[in-house]
Design a protein around this ligand. Structure first.
Ligand SMILES: NC(=O)c1ccc[n+]([C@@H]2O[C@H](COP(=O)([O-])OP(=O)(O)OC[C@H]3O[C@@H](n4cnc5c(N)ncnc54)[C@H](OP(=O)(O)O)[C@@H]3O)[C@@H](O)[C@H]2O)c1
Length: 229
């Protein structure tokens, strides 16, 4: 039985990934800021466990670690999925303060959650860390791919580029953990006002990275395979 925790599981890619992993037989801690703890018995038979977790809040993350430890004692896969787009204002209008919340959520959130769950991950089976990044954070794609030619935004791509670097550094620093950054591709969620491919397609790479125990570590993947940093 593989034990997974995924952040931002209230909707969109996180919710679908949680369902799919539970459907594959995983025990899934579906973490969100407002978990549904009504206790209604699941008719699906899936082992899906709602848990509270706000990635910008130390106390909330510490409480989630305690809850997982008391329930199952270890973690095999941590998926850092929660993320926000921040402002899409023209570059001339973006202020340093506009970066603060985006970086706090998209970069410092994964740092906080990863550090806090690392002891449980290290007790897990073939521990895996999945960073849900974006092609928007790829320096190569942003400077060469036609898809991004006319897109110039500051905070969100910068946060995902930094997240990619975090994945590379964690892969070196934590040789006992398999680290994968993933790009779901433009996916129809609230995040994109429902533009893009299906949530099923977007979640493909998150699910496969979460279930992959072979590696190698330190890769950036999309649903077609390796993608450039
Ligand atoms: N959709 C795309 O095209 C696309 C493409 C590439 C990468 N991504 C990445 O994929 C991830 C998921 O995006 P999505 O499209 O599924 O977006 P979404 O539908 O807007 O969902 C975002 C999720 O993040 C959660 N969240 C935001 N701030 C949080 C916080 N402080 N603590 C805990 N959870 C928080 C939200 O929870 P609440 O319900 O509590 O707000 C929600 O569950 C993000 O990291 C995004 O950057 C998306």
């Amino acid at each position: 039985m593989t034990i997974v925790l995924i952040t931002g599981a209230s909707r969109g890619l996180g919710a679908r990934t949680a369902q799919r992993l539970a459907g594959q037989g995983c025990t899934v801690f579906a973490a969100s800021r407002k978990p549904d703890r009504s206790g209604r018995p699941s008719s699906s038979g899936l082992d899906m466990r709602p848990i509270g977790l706000d990635v910008v809040d130390d106390d909330s993350v510490a409480a989630a670690v305690r809850e997982v430890e008391e329930a199952v004692g270890s973690l095999d896969v941590l998926v850092n999925n929660a993320g926000i787009p921040g402002t899409w204002a023209p570059a001339e209008q973006v202020q340093p303060a506009d970066f603060a919340h985006v970086l706090a959520t998209n970069l410092l959130g994964p740092v906080r959650v990863t550090q806090a769950f690392l002891p449980l991950l290290r007790r897990g089976h073939r521990p895996r860390l999945v960073m849900v990044s974006s092609g928007m954070g790829s320096l190569t794609l942003q400077s060469s791919d036609d898809t991004y030619r006319d897109i110039a935004h500051l905070p969100y791509p910068a946060s995902k580029a930094a997240l990619n670097m975090l994945a590379v550094q964690y892969a070196k620093a934590l040789p006992d953990v398999l680290v994968t950054a993933v790009d779901p591709g433009l996916t129809a969620t609230e995040f994109t006002d429902n533009a893009g491919h299906s949530v099923e397609e977007g979640s493909d790479v998150i699910v496969s990275a979460a279930l992959d125990t072979a590696g190698p570590t330190g890769r950036f993947m999309d649903r077609h395979g390796s993608t450039p940093w």
